[in-house]
Design a protein around this ligand. Structure first.
Ligand SMILES: [Zn+2]
Length: 274
């Protein structure tokens, strides 16, 4: 069994602030330790379910948050910035299952550190009319390769948000969001136990899981913080302006929709105000 683990950071138990999950933050070392603990719990659970090959794709910020030698199970580590498939880089049709680890809610949801790819550019994203976070967008890539998304971990919002796009997904709640910057966190060891068992159980019954089946032709609607960003997004072929701050891209191919979305994410970075 081949397992793909897409690793974000904001959804890890104990993490409630950017200072814990950006490299320049004063508490980044702590955040990193908490992250590696949960990644290893997922790897250990996957191995217990029969995984023989595991790829860990670091999908957070500069995407080199994990000390490679501390990864359990001799998991391969896909790290570094500029990856064309971003949070899903490394996935292909040879994988049997996907785990979304340390995920957070969409910008429009009051989850811990909620955002959708870029909190300083994107206010809301709707996939086929339904507000989606990163899990739903990333499910477009899973759909292209025909791989089911078995597990998502994070606060109480990430499971319900992923469910419409990832059929049969198991949600593992490691903290309860109080606001965007506060949570009741499970003890790290308790969170790791939950993840290890939850991943093992979900990957033990893969027969019941199907890959995402997001209806195509599909539509991705993006609402930005500024009209300039919406204008800039229309420079990409197939992107249509809906109102001053909203654009829509539509298409038949899930991977093309994802790639156009990522192009917009990269492009609009030039207009972010600090
Ligand atoms: Zn992140």
């Amino acid at each position: 069994m081949k397992v793909f683990v897409s690793v974000d950071m904001e959804g890890v138990a104990g993490i409630v602030d950017w200072a814990q999950c950006v490299a320049s933050g004063e508490d980044y070392a702590l955040g990193r330790d908490l992250l590696v603990g949960e990644v290893n719990a997922a790897v250990t659970g996957a191995i217990a379910a029969g995984a023989t090959e595991i790829v860990v794709n670091d999908a957070h910020s500069v995407m080199r948050n994990l000390p490679p030698e501390r990864l359990a199970g001799r998991a391969a580590y896909l790290s570094g910035r500029f990856k064309p498939l971003y949070m899903m880089q490394g996935l292909d049709e040879t994988f049997d299952a996907i785990v979304f680890l340390g995920y957070h809610a969409a910008m429009a949801t009051p989850g811990v550190l909620s955002h959708t790819y870029n909190p300083r550019a994107i206010a809301d994203v709707r996939l086929n009319g339904v507000t989606t976070g990163e899990a739903g967008l990333n499910a477009l890539v899973a759909q292209h390769f025909g791989v089911p998304v078995a597990v998502v971990t994070g606060d109480q919002y990430v499971g319900p948000e992923a469910a419409p796009f990832c059929p049969g997904i198991s949600a593992i709640e490691v903290k309860e969001s109080i606001s965007r910057f506060a949570a009741l966190n499970r003890h790290p060891e308790a969170a790791r136990t939950l993840i290890e068992q939850g991943v093992r159980d979900a990957l033990s019954r893969l027969d019941g899981l199907t890959p995402p089946g997001i209806a195509m032709p599909g539509s991705v609607e993006i609402r930005f913080l500024s009209p300039d960003m919406a204008e800039q997004a229309t420079w990409i072929k197939g992107v249509r302006r809906l109102d001053s701050v909203t654009v829509e891209l539509a298409g038949d191919e899930p991977l093309e929709l994802y790639r156009s979305f990522i192009a917009i994410v990269y492009l609009t970075r030039s207009l972010v105000e600090n």
